[in-house]
Ligand binder design. Sequence first.
Ligand SMILES: [Zn+2]
Length: 85
Amino acid sequence: MDDLSNILLDYSDDELHSMAEEYAKGKKNFTREEELEWASILLLTGTLDEMCTKCSFQAIDGCEVEIDENCPHGYYSPMLILGLV
Ligand SMILES: [Zn+2]
């Protein structure tokens, strides 16, 4: 997690946003590693803060999830992935 954050910090905000968009596009199966990278991007771009403010969380596949639950497809809330809940 710490290593991953350091790697992601090398990306610019624009790059992080386009990476997050790539994840949101068309892909159906995500690995746990991809989930962790995606959640870290949300954290670094402030998207996670927005989700907290709205109390509305999304899984990597775009499903709405509770803060500490997974969607019907088995993908977790970013808060859960990052161990923040
Ligand atoms: Zn889902």
